[in-house]
Design a protein around this ligand. Structure first.
Ligand SMILES: [Zn+2]
Length: 288
């Protein structure tokens, strides 16, 4: 299993913001300490062409990243955010390449991406890492490319970007109602939403995940990109969902069993147990 991360992605922060550098540094610490899962570490290659980004975003949105003003109440401007966001994108593209080489890979980077729409940075997200990666996959030979998003929040940005694009399907399991308010029903020909009410039981949440996984398999993807958010965890401070570490392990096992190249990018997850949840997922993906 290859972990892609670097020290730059922990070099920016905003006081009191839940999307904080310790999410990464604490996870790196646990992953380096544990001995059950052999890991290889890699830094993002860094270079991303504007062309790759502009498949997903407007030129105006890309230019806006250089304007030193907050994007919304949740999404502050940070010095150098354009470079930081592009580095996170590059890690996603590296993950795609490695998956196609038959490797197991997880991008442990920030900022996350799945709320960034075609036109707007929002919800802690600046550029949509997963959408850029799967559009690259589709532009370079992928015929049936899927995104599976198990972050507790709806991947509104990914849906906005991928809506009705041929050869791409999007599956999102999330709490609803919750931020950002979208995802109550499926949209278009290719965006499938599995909303779960706040306070649902584990059985109910697992049933929604199982439905989404069944539909994903039915699509017969040749490649799966995973928006791996860990905020559907029972003790996450930002949601009211019921999952436990063993459920994230099961998700990893289930996605691996589809049997096609897959790569995962970190989205949300704000509890102090995030490192254990990521490790459980990675073990599942690795078949341990
Ligand atoms: Zn989230």
């Amino acid at each position: 299993m290859i972990i892609i991360t670097d020290e730059h992605c922990t070099g920016y922060s905003s006081a009191g913001h839940p999307e904080r550098p310790q999410r990464i540094t604490n996870t790196v610490e646990l992953l380096k300490k544990q001995t059950e899962l052999p890991l290889t570490w890699q830094t993002p290659s860094g270079g991303v062409s504007d062309d790759a980004i502009l498949r997903a975003h407007t030129p105006e949105m890309l230019a806006r990243l250089a304007v030193p003003e907050d994007f919304d109440g949740d999404t502050p401007y940070y010095d150098n955010i354009a470079t930081l966001a592009r580095t996170s994108v590059s890690a996603g593209l590296d993950a795609l390449r490695l998956a196609r080489e038959g490797k197991q890979v997880f991008s442990l980077m920030r900022p996350p991406g799945h709320h960034a729409t075609r036109e707007k940075s929002m919800g802690f997200c600046f550029l949509n890492n997963i959408a850029i990666a799967v559009l690259e996959a589709a532009a370079t030979g992928g015929k049936r490319v899927a995104v599976f998003d198990f972050d507790v929040h709806h991947g509104n940005g990914t849906e906005d970007i991928l809506l009705n694009r041929p050869g791409l399907e999007f599956f999102s399991v999330h709490q609803h109602p919750a931020y950002p308010g979208t995802g109550a029903a499926s949209r278009g020909r290719n965006c499938f939403n599995y909303p779960v009410a706040p306070g649902a039981t584990r059985e109910t949440y697992r049933a929604a995940l199982t439905n989404a996984l069944d539909d994903l398999k039915h699509f017969k993807p040749d490649l799966v990109g995973v928006s791996a958010g860990f905020d559907a965890y029972a003790r996450d401070p930002l949601a009211d969902a019921p999952l436990l570490a063993e459920d994230f392990h099961w998700l990893g096992v289930s996605l691996r069993q589809i049997g096609v190249p897959m790569f995962s990018l970190l989205e949300g997850g704000y509890s102090r147990d995030l490192p254990e949840l990521i490790l459980a997922y990675l073990k599942g993906v690795a078949g341990k």
